[in-house]
Design a protein around this ligand. Structure first.
Ligand SMILES: [Zn+2]
Length: 194
């Protein structure tokens, strides 16, 4: 995917020393890419939503009807909050290496502070925060770049139309008459003519 200024501007840190608030910066190979402040902001927005989903009362989770591209069934019922929790956890598991995932679990999921994490993982304070930044940047990027359904922006994840189905919708031209329903034919009783 291509990162654009209109997308990064809203989440970039206005006082960022790297991008000066634009959210974009030149990479090592001369290509324009998202600034680290943007990816960390995306991670935090997604993480806040994750915390809301896992801590809310069960009865607040809503069932929603989602269109999809299957031929036999045009839509299915789903629980978006539960799907989001599962997607968030699965992406973290797949994206992070073992050490990063342990730190992710201790700090973000179990709520351990830097002192506890440092003791458990043998890190000093500086390395702890470097690792946290690295985790936030890695996950923030994947949450946005994942295809076909990205976790971010959240409103598209939770309410947006299915990309696949909009691409495959069969539209009947205005002047074309819809096909007539076939006439029902009932069995004729024996001894009578139709
Ligand atoms: Zn920045």
């Amino acid at each position: 995917m291509e990162w654009t200024r209109s997308e990064t501007l809203a989440v970039a840190m206005h006082n960022c020393a790297q991008c000066h608030g634009s959210g974009l910066r030149l990479g090592k190979r001369g290509a324009v890419g998202p600034c680290n402040c943007v990816m960390r902001a995306i991670f935090r927005i997604c993480f806040d939503r994750f915390v809301r989903c896992v801590t809310q009362e069960r009865h607040l989770s809503r069932v929603s009807l989602e269109p999809h591209s299957g031929r036999s069934r045009p839509s299915t019922w789903g629980r978006k909050d539960e799907e989001y929790i599962a997607d968030f956890s699965l992406i973290a598991r797949r994206t992070l290496d073992d050490f990063e995932h342990r730190l992710f679990r201790y700090h973000f999921i179990l709520g351990a502070d830097w002192k506890l994490c440092s003791r458990k993982l043998g890190l000093d304070r500086g390395n702890f925060f470097h690792a946290i930044y690295r985790i936030e940047q890695k996950l923030g990027r994947v949450f946005r770049e994942m295809e076909p359904y990205s976790l971010f922006p959240l409103d598209e994840y939770f309410q947006g139309p299915s990309k696949t189905i909009t691409g495959r919708l069969h539209i009947v031209p205005k002047n074309q008459n819809p096909p007539k329903p076939a006439h029902l034919r009932f069995p004729v009783p024996v001894g009578k003519t139709a």
